[in-house]
Design a protein around this ligand. Structure first.
Ligand SMILES: Nc1ncnc2c1ncn2[C@@H]1O[C@H](COP(=O)(O)OP(=O)(O)O)[C@@H](O)[C@H]1O
Ligand SMILES: [Mg+2]
Length: 376
């Protein structure tokens, strides 16, 4: 029996839980040429959702472009990813091969090559920046200008998604943000800015002093609703020839606090472990195997932080919800106010901790929290 649960970015034809309102809302914004910031913790389904929305838009004849900015390393890297996204999107919209490559003329700064991908046998587009431009900032400006001119000439609708957009700040080239803003505001396009590191992303759009200040509609992606999550699990089991009673499905959803990625990851394991029918003890077992499988990623996270940051992370994990500046908290965990403040800044910029509506702090990832408690 083929396991019906998936933990990679979901393709438009793969089973998807809920998000009906979000799909509709995003598609509407795109059709209206609005810019949207879509934010949520990592592995909440942002990329999967936007992939779906763009698939739908493409069917309506809207041109869609997608560029991934995760872990950008330089301005060159940014230009390259943008150029590649543009060429792929235009090619999908109207095949460059079939239409005599008429788009290419609009983008003289991007050199495009076509090869056959040996793995798939399908044509793949390679992109290189025209060599005459050595200053990457000028290369970026040129590409953005070319996009603008192109959009003026070709009167069609376009939706451009920039995934993990906040990673532009990691390039440490402050002119990038202003340059992007200057052009994007003139482009006749709808932009989606996606991001997981919410504090960093939201600061770009909500800080008065920054170029993107209030230039887009904010949209937060929540965890999956309990009922829809459970329905999804029950029906996926059924489709794949096994059975998961509703109360067990609810148990799965609750165990991972409705976190979309873990919903699939835990259900995947429970499906593997059970015979015909999923039982509560399969879920317990599956959860252990999930934590054990995720631990490499968690170890990498804590290897990347300082001793002080780890100390604070563990303290918050123990409390579940903590008021970080309260004396009781500081004393119980032998922390100093100064130490907490600098660690808190970094941890929240990495989206490892978040402030709840009532001003308390908590660990963003519920399974990571459990691992933290077990590991030390
Ligand atoms: N609506 C959904 N229904 C079912 N699973 C989902 C859904 N959204 C996300 N997931 C799960 O979460 C995983 C991570 O999704 P992804 O789109 O990569 O998240 P993000 O871009 O927010 O990091 C997916 O592989 C899938 O397992
Ligand atoms: Mg993503």
């Amino acid at each position: 029996m083929k396991n019906p649960f998936h933990t990679d970015t979901l393709e438009p034809d793969q089973p998807f839980c809920n998000r009906v309102a979000e799909l509709r809302e995003l598609a509407t914004h795109a059709r209206n040429g609005m810019n949207v910031v879509l934010f949520a913790p990592r592995r909440y389904g942002k990329t999967s959702l936007v992939t779906r929305v763009q698939h739908q838009l493409r069917k309506e004849g809207i041109c869609v472009i997608y560029a991934q900015f995760m872990r950008l390393v330089s301005v060159e890297d940014l230009v390259h990813r943008l150029a590649k996204g543009i060429m792929n999107g235009l090619h999908e919209h109207e095949s460059l091969l079939e239409k005599g490559k008429r788009w290419l003329g609009h983008f003289p700064s991007i050199q495009t090559s076509f090869t056959i991908d040996p793995a798939t046998g399908l044509p793949a587009i390679g992109v290189q920046m025209a060599t005459r431009q050595t200053d990457p900032m000028i290369a970026l400006e040129t590409v953005l200008e070319e996009v603008g001119k192109f959009l003026e000439k070709e009167n069609f609708q376009i939706c451009i998604a920039l995934d993990e957009f906040q990673d532009i700040v990691d390039i440490k080239e402050p002119r990038v943000e202003a340059l992007l803003r200057e052009h994007i505001q003139r482009h006749k396009a709808s932009y989606f800015f996606l991001g997981s590191r919410r504090r960093v992303l939201l600061d770009i759009f909500n800080n008065r002093g920054r170029p993107f200040y209030q230039s887009a509609t904010m949209m937060e992606l929540d965890a999956l609703p309990e009922n829809e999550g459970a329905d999804f699990i029950v029906s996926q089991f059924e489709l794949a020839g096994k059975q998961c009673p509703r109360n067990v499905a609810i148990e799965i959803v609750k165990k991972i606090e409705q976190y979309p990625y873990y919903l699939q990851a835990l259900a995947y394991r429970a499906f593997e472990l059970c015979e015909k029918k999923c039982l509560s003890n399969n879920v317990q077992e599956a959860y252990k195997s999930l934590i054990s499988n995720e631990r490499y990623g968690y170890q990498a996270i804590i290897q990347g932080i300082s001793a002080g940051q780890l100390k604070l992370l563990r303290a918050i994990a123990e409390e579940k919800q903590a008021s970080l500046t309260a004396n009781a908290f500081l004393q119980a965990h032998r922390l100093t106010l100064g130490g907490v403040q600098s660690a808190r800044k970094y941890l929240s910029e990495q989206d490892l901790i978040e402030k709840t509506n009532d001003g308390q702090w908590r660990i963003v990832d519920p399974v990571f929290r459990v691992w933290l408690l077990q590991a030390f």
